[in-house]
Ligand binder design. Structure first.
Ligand code: AMP
Length: 214
């Protein structure tokens, strides 16, 4: 099963993806995480990507398309995958369509996670993450057990540079200009299923399962 999760930054795509991964045992392909890893390793891709990411701009399509092409060709993606944060432009969607066609595959579900900009700004500005293991916290809704330290690896948690308010606002502008038009693009091809990004986490798995299996 191949599933795509669309939606603005901070809407809850990552949470939905992890739930789907647990239910259907297929890997999540998160371009944001892959790019952050390249940045932390200071690989040639990471050095270029960093300059775009810290400003809240999209990393050039060709670089991200190459990354995804390699990833979806890996063995664990054969039985399916969840795309989280990709595609983010019409160009990326067109390239993905070609990649899947070459592999004789297609998307089974496109899910759009919706949340208002105001709620996203509040959510992301209170988000903290562990630079070592990637665990995500929220200062009010999901604070770490020991203040300022990751529950899983005891590393000092940090605010991502691009979770600072001015950058969040720019990421949302980029979303509305370049990524949101993808919803119409996909609606002409498949049924795009909508889910709110602020559904109670306790009922979210049930809601997602219903959406996918309806
Ligand atoms: P995210 O964690 O998904 O919000 O992504 C963080 C940043 O990584 C974005 O603001 C972009 O700079 C970059 N990024 C992630 N996915 C993509 C993509 N599909 N295309 C271009 N840039 C991306």
């Amino acid at each position: 099963m191949r599933i795509m999760i669309l939606g603005p930054p901070g809407s809850g795509k990552g949470t939905c993806s992890k739930i789907i991964e647990e239910i259907y045992k297929i890997p999540v392909i998160t371009t944001g995480d892959m790019l952050r890893e390249a940045v932390s390793k200071e690989s040639p891709l990471g050095i270029i990507a960093k300059t775009y990411m810290e400003k809240g701009e999209l990393v050039p399509d060709d670089l991200v398309n190459k990354l995804v092409k390699e990833r979806i060709s890996e063995k664990d993606s054969v039985k399916g995958f969840i795309l989280d944060g990709y595609p983010r432009s019409i160009k990326q969607a067109q390239v993905l369509e070609e990649m899947l066609a070459e592999m004789g595959k297609k998307l089974d579900h496109v899910i759009n996670v919706v949340l208002e900009d105001e709620a996203i700004i509040t959510r992301l500005s209170l988000r903290r993450s562990c630079p070592k293991c990637g665990a995500i916290y929220h200062l009010i809704n999901k604070p770490p057990k020991k203040q300022g330290l990751c529950d899983l690896c005891n590393t000092k948690i940090v605010q991502r540079e691009d979770d600072k308010e001015e950058v969040i606002k720019h990421r949302l502008e980029v979303y509305w200009e370049k990524t949101q038009p993808l919803i119409d693009w996909y609606e002409k091809r498949v049924k795009v299923k909508k889910i709110r990004g602020d559904i109670d986490i306790n009922i979210l798995p049930k809601v997602i399962k219903e959406i996918i299996e309806s």
